[in-house]
Each structure stands twice: as C-alpha cells, then as structure tokens.
Ligand binder design. Structure first.
Ligand SMILES: Nc1nc2c(ncn2[C@@H]2O[C@H](COP(=O)(O)OP(=O)(O)O)[C@@H](O)[C@H]2O)c(=O)[nH]1
Ligand SMILES: [Mg+2]
Length: 283
C-alpha cells in the first residue's frame, strides 16, 4: 500500500504478554477467523504464543461468506488444526458445535482422564483473534448474556472471570486480541477490507479500489446486480462515479463525492449487502 499500515511492535509485545499470562489458565484455545478471509485473519505466530495448547479454529461470519469457498478453506485448515465455521450472531446450536469440536480435539486427554477416573469437565477455553472477527459476539452468544461490549470497530475489547457456556465448557471472559500479520500488500488490504483496522488510519480510496478489483474478478454478477451496472469494462473511477450517482453521493454542483462513495461501497461490501462472498482463494 502507498500509505503503509502498521501494527506497532509495542502493541504486539503487549498482546503477547497478556496472552502469555492467561494461557496457563485454559485447556484449549479458540482462534476466531473471518471466514471471508481465513488466511489473512489467521495469526501465524499463535502457535508460539499458545505453546502446545490444542487449537480450535472458528471461521466466523459464515453468513457473510461464500459457502462453497468456506468448505474448501475448512478442508485445508483441518489439515493443521481442527476447524469449524459459525455465524456467531445467529447460533442457537453454536454451543454444541463448539463443545463437540473441543471433545474431538481433546479426545485423548478426555479418554485418559476417564480411564484414571479423573474429572476433566468443565473444560476451560480462551477465545483469541485479530480485531473485529467477532470474538466478543461469539462469547456473548455462547454465554447467552450480553455481558461484553461489542462493536464493529477494532480494539473495543479491553481487561478474569469465566463465563459458563454449558456444564462442559467455561470461557475466559476476555478475549485475547492478536495482531494481524502484514506479510504482503494483498494481506494488508484484505485485513482492511474485513474491518480489522480502524478506518481512520486507512487509505480508504486504496482499500475501496482493492475491494472493487476483487469483486470485478470474483463476483462480477453480484456487483453488477447490486449497482445496476451494464458493464464492468470501465475504469474503477468510472464505476465509482456510477455507484456514487446511484447512491446520491453528490456535492454541490452535481459532482460525485468519491470519498462518500468509497464509504458507502465499503459499508455495503463489509455488511454483505452486495452478497455473501469470500475475498480470498486458495493458491
Ligand atoms: N454478520 C455477522 N456479523 C458478525 C458475526 N460475528 C460478529 N459480527 C459483527 O462483527 C462486528 C465485530 O464483532 P466483535 O464481536 O465486536 O469483534 P471483536 O473485535 O473480535 O470482539 C460487530 O458488528 C458484530 O455484530 C457473524 O457471525 N456474522
Ligand atoms: Mg471485542
């Protein structure tokens, strides 16, 4: 990106320290990913942070992603860790799904405890993930109470108690915030697109253009339908002008307000209004 997006080392060190302090309190770690960009939202250093704790990957926001692509990602990720997909806003079955997944993940440990007549339940878990993937929403959904502050802006989760999901599962009440990894410009753009970086510090025109390029390539029909576009064989600026016009993003004199258009486009893209889509493909 022209204007580099940084996650300062100070933040990283702090996040690392907080997680290290809590990791010994739990039996299993749940890393929440955004199913629209599972690889980009995965923190590759998590294994260093959690040591040998079993890891459950939850591809969240599956209501917003392309089901077919999500299945492919699950298959691939399942080679490295246990992976499931969820919609944490609407999940009456989420507790069972997570509880069952943890039982499978901890199968050996559970069998051993049973054989020795030791008590293993309740299992303690910690939820982690980069900002905005839905950690607080998932915790609220599992604990069936709106105890945690949620928001669609990154960094809203702050300061130990456990929340009870069911008889078998306790969750540390505060999720661990992991830092996103910017290994490439593409990854930084994806992280921006899923809303894990505050818009205030983002080069919005670049992110919007990245989103438009992606949709032209991956979901051209949804894009055309949403904005009633006859053709995509135009420059991005021309397409944004059309979108702006249709959404009434005009300034005095009838000129299109591109900044406003970018905001509208990104809001609609992020909230699934253009359609359910996955922004990454497996290489
Ligand atoms: N559509 C959809 N939105 C979700 C889901 N989970 C969380 N969200 C929304 O994503 C935003 C960020 O959620 P939050 O729990 O605050 O993320 P956190 O930063 O990881 O704790 C909020 O606007 C949530 O309502 C989901 O499964 N589906
Ligand atoms: Mg949160």
């Amino acid at each position: 990106m022209e204007k580099a997006i940084h996650w300062y080392p100070g933040h990283m060190a702090k996040a690392y320290r907080i997680i290290k302090e809590k990791i010994d309190l739990v039996d299993v770690v749940i890393e929440v990913l955004d199913s629209r960009a599972p690889y980009a939202s995965l923190n590759k250093s998590i294994k260093e942070v959690i040591g040998n704790k079993p890891l459950l990957l939850v591809l969240n926001k599956c209501d917003l992603s392309d089901r077919c692509e999500t299945e492919k990602f699950l298959k691939e990720l399942n080679k490295e860790a246990y992976a499931i997909s969820l919609d944490s806003l609407n999940g009456t079955k989420n507790i069972n799904t997570i509880s069952n997944a943890i039982d499978i993940l901890l199968k050996e440990k559970i069998e051993k405890a049973n054989a020795q007549g030791k008590k293993i339940y309740p299992i303690r878990a910690m939820v982690m993930g980069i900002p905005n993937v839905g950690k607080s929403t998932l915790l609220n959904n599992l604990a069936k109470r709106k105890a945690l502050e949620t928001g669609d802006r990154p960094g809203i989760t702050k300061n130990m108690q456990y929340l009870r999901a069911n008889d078998k599962l306790l969750l540390l009440d505060n999720p661990g915030t992991l830092w996103p990894k910017f290994e490439s410009e593409n990854q930084a753009n994806l992280i921006a697109l899923i809303g894990s970086i505050k818009d205030e510090i983002l080069p919005i025109p670049q992110v919007a253009n990245f989103g438009l390029d992606l949709l032209k390539e991956l979901y051209p029909d949804m894009l055309k339908t949403r904005y009633k576009l006859d053709s995509l064989e135009k420059t991005n600026d021309d397409i944004f002008m059309e979108i702006g016009k249709k959404r009434g993003a005009v300034v005095r004199g009838g000129e299109i307000d591109l900044d406003k258009t970018y905001d509208i486009f990104l809001r609609e893209l992020r909230s699934g209004k253009i359609g359910a889509m996955t922004f990454e493909r497996q290489s």
